[in-house]
Design a protein. Structure first.
Length: 155
């Protein structure tokens, strides 16, 4: 037995398991897991920020389209009302013209309220998205900090 270089005192070890346990004893496995978690957290945070910025851009474009639509609707209604008022002036008396002008003013006020409502709704949506992003980033940072503090005691 001695001639072949094998002793009966120690069992034969696989070099892969021995290397793994040596790494584990030095704490490299924990470092690797923490590093992977941090990289994954940073990547998911970057993806989240990019998605939120894209969502804010899309919402801004939608807001602009809604405002333009409302303005165009207001102009079309005003033009129609002016044409009706001109025809009414030629046909009916002044009291009817005053009523038509009042209707035009009421419709314009309603349209302006619609524009303001669209802008406010979209701003509220953007603020809600921003608050959610801030909360998620804070949770990730606190979670990462707790993990790092826990690992300081282990390593």
């Amino acid at each position: 037995m001695e001639e072949q270089g094998v002793t009966d005192d120690k069992p034969k070890q696989n070099w892969k398991t021995a290397k793994y346990f040596t790494w584990a004893n030095k704490g490299y496995v924990i470092y690797a897991l923490v590093g992977w978690f941090l990289v994954k957290t940073v990547i998911s945070g970057i993806i989240m920020v990019v998605m939120v910025s894209m969502a804010i851009r899309v919402i801004t474009v939608i807001m602009v389209i809604m405002v333009i639509r409302d303005i165009l609707v207001i102009r079309v209604i005003v033009v129609i009302m002016v044409i009706i008022a001109i025809r009414v002036i030629t046909v009916i008396n002044v009291i009817t013209v005053i009523l038509v002008i009042r209707v035009i003013v009421v419709i314009m006020v309603i349209m302006v309220i619609m524009v303001i409502r669209d802008i406010l709704v979209i701003r509220v949506i953007v603020v809600i998205i921003a608050i959610r992003v801030i909360i998620v980033i804070n949770v990730i940072m606190v979670f990462t900090e707790h993990i790092m503090l826990d690992l300081k005691g282990l390593i």
